[in-house]
Design a protein around this ligand. Structure first.
Ligand code: NCD
Ligand code: ZN
Length: 342
């Protein structure tokens, strides 16, 4: 990308987003709805979204919270190994994907999967493959925190081999092992967050502890970040932007027992633009990473929205309605100049 400029991104998509519910939903939904065409909305509410009625009701609460903003919430169900083919057929038109959490691995995932027995999962996963419903996976074991994602790669491989027609999205990957797995199986894809492209564990815990950078999976080593950067900057066709923007109230982060999640929605596009410029990556690659790759992988056609970013410093607000964003109070290089719908 040339050094001084404006750039326009078309139809940006956030392929992994936590919009929450009730007051938090109302407080933060606009941060995504203003600058993105749409987002894959995670189902880890309390209780999780597991029925057709819950999907429909949650979508209408989101629509109400975003007012008239042009923004598509792509809905997901919280994976249960007992979803029948008949149930999936019935819910198919209401959802874009199903999200699988290993039990207890992250915020509100207690009702997730324990053990990954292929035969136990077969009916549900084969039905999903036949109905072309992608499976989004939070890929971490309950092992040592730095090894959890790498330890999960064999589980991804087992699922990819057993269900070759199922699209499996490795969510928010943070390791070189996950990057390497992408090219070994045709049906493995990945999302990458903006924070994992910027930070390593050093930024979280190398000096004073930074609760607003603490998330699951935890940021890893410099060589892991390098591997993520490589596939993001080259816009590897199996990689998509998914912010995993996961707001928690300030008191839940600045607390003894800090909740996991980084709130990036309001600064994600600005930071990605800065990053691609810094690494001299072509703007076409940024466009592919934030939209076109996802359109091809998911087969979706987003609402038309263009976001123009200008190289003018933006001081990240200290809070957005009680939620502290990544890089709060710091100056970042790009600002959003305008957003056009249609
Ligand atoms: C997410 C949340 O708060 O819902 N937290 C996080 O650290 N990323 C859940 C998740 O995606 O793991
Ligand atoms: Zn998430």
């Amino acid at each position: 990308m040339p050094a001084t400029q404006k750039i326009t991104l078309h139809n940006p998509l956030d392929m992994h987003l936590h919009l929450r519910d009730e007051e938090m939903l109302h407080n933060i939904a606009q941060s995504s709805a203003k600058s993105f065409s749409g987002a894959i909305v995670m189902p880890n509410l309390v209780p999780p979204v597991t029925t057709k009625e819950a999907v429909i009701a949650y979508r209408s609460r989101i629509k109400e919270a975003i007012d008239d903003e042009a923004f598509t919430p792509y809905m997901t169900l919280f994976f249960k190994p007992d979803y029948s083919r008949a149930f999936l057929e019935e819910v198919r038109d209401e959802i874009t994907a199903i999200k699988l959490y290993p039990a207890g691995i992250t915020t509100n995932s207690e009702g997730g999967v324990s053990g990954f027995d292929v035969e136990e999962l077969r009916e549900t996963l084969e039905a999903m493959a036949d109905l072309n419903i992608p499976l989004c996976v939070h890929g971490e074991t309950n092992g040592f925190v730095m090894d959890r994602e790498a330890e999960f790669v064999p589980i991804y491989e087992k699922l990819a081999k057993a269900f070759p027609k199922l699209k499996i999205i490795m969510e928010h990957i943070t390791t070189k092992e996950s990057v390497a797995a992408l090219d070994r199986y045709e049906n493995l894809y990945a999302t990458i967050t903006v924070h994992h492209l910027f930070i390593t564990l050093d930024d979280v815990a190398g000096g004073m502890l930074q609760p607003h950078l603490f998330c699951k999976p935890i940021a890893k080593r410099p060589e892991d970040r390098e591997a993520l950067l490589r596939v993001a900057l080259e816009a590897h066709p199996k990689v998509m932007f998914g912010s995993d923007s996961a707001p928690h109230p300030k008191h839940a982060k600045e607390n003894c027992g800090c909740a996991a999640g980084v709130f990036t929605a309001p600064v994600a596009l600005q930071l990605l633009t800065e990053l691609f410029e810094k690494h001299n990556a072509p703007i076409e690659n940024l466009q592919a990473f934030v939209s076109t790759n996802a359109q091809k992988i998911y087969g979706i056609t987003p609402l038309q929205k263009s976001v123009t970013l200008i190289k003018e410093p933006f001081v990240v607000p200290a809070e957005y309605n009680g939620v502290v964003p990544m890089f709060a109070g710091e100056e970042i290089a790009y600002s959003i100049e305008e957003v056009n719908v249609g």
